[in-house]
Design a protein around this ligand. Structure first.
Ligand code: A2P
Length: 262
């Protein structure tokens, strides 16, 4: 799985979404992380086709939304996503949130899609260890990825330890803390030290922690900048200093209470 991808959350303006995706593919990104919720799967498909890149060289992820969960519903939702993307298969398909009572059946449907070779890998998003334990107890194909909110203000040590123990890869969503970690003075200072931007320092921190990272931007220069992170390395001390910025602060919902929100 590519270590860096373009996150396209909240890119609901079709032209903006299409342009961002096209810039990313031009800049050398090979992974795009979308979801039925984002309402831009058609633009992902269009950008991929127009890029003239070979489908098998790209890594496309989507997710089943909460109102479509359950076994049959997930199979149907997947079909809709695939149609919108106009693709034959997805590289990775995830349960977007662990909807109580439904997420186990949702994951069973994802296993079936994998058995039918309609997806190349299975996974989940926003699952806590207690959700994963329940899935692992009955899974024939264990989830390969858990995509969670993760950035220097929310380092998710418990989830990372659990994933490591069970050989599950972690993808960091909102890796820049929805942009808010960019304003952290300690990060800005590190940027000056390395001659890199705050965003590049944070993306490097994710990669050096073996996390998969999907920063979102709609701006061409930033999309390019966010991928220009393979020519420097943070020292162990600087990695630890960034770990120390943790304050368990979420900028998104909590997996155990998201369904209580409107
Ligand atoms: P924009 O889309 O206007 O570029 P996250 O991926 O953590 O959710 O963060 C996304 C936010 O960070 C967006 O508001 C995005 O704004 C901003 N962003 C992404 N890359 C950069 C960058 N290299 N420099 C500054 N801001 C960035």
């Amino acid at each position: 799985m590519p270590r860096l991808g373009l996150g396209v959350y909240k890119m609901t303006n079709p032209d903006e979404a299409y342009n961002a995706m096209s810039h990313a593919l031009e800049a050398g990104y090979i992974a795009i992380d979308t979801a039925a919720l984002y309402d831009n799967e058609e633009q992902v498909g269009q950008a991929v086709r127009d890029s003239k890149k070979k489908r098998e060289e790209l890594f496309i992820t989507s997710k089943v939304w909460n109102t479509d969960q359950g076994y049959d519903q997930t199979l149907r939702a997947f079909e809709t996503s695939l149609k919108k993307l106009d693709m034959d298969y997805l590289d990775l398909y995830l349960t977007h949130w662990p909807v109580p009572e439904l997420y186990v059946d949702t994951y069973r449907a994802i296993e079936r899609l994998y058995d039918e070779k309609l997806i190349r890998a299975t996974g989940v998003s926003n699952h806590e260890p207690h959700h994963l334990e329940k899935l692992l107890a009955t899974a024939n194909v264990q989830p390969m990825v858990n995509q969670i909110e993760l950035h220097p203000h929310l380092i998710q040590q418990k989830n990372r330890d659990f994933a490591k123990q069970h050989n599950i890869a972690i993808t960091s969503w909102s890796p820049l803390g929805r942009g808010r970690v960019l304003e952290d003075e300690a990060i800005m200072k590190l940027g000056e030290k390395y001659g890199k931007s705050a965003a590049q320092v944070i993306i490097r921190w994710h990669l050096q922690h073996d996390l998969i990272v999907i920063p979102k931007s709609v701006k061409e220069v930033r999309i390019q900048q966010n991928a220009d992170i393979f020519d420097f390395e943070l020292t162990m001390e600087d990695m630890q200093a960034i770990d120390g910025l943790n304050r368990d602060e979420r900028y998104g919902s909590h997996p155990d209470t998201f369904h209580l929100k409107k």
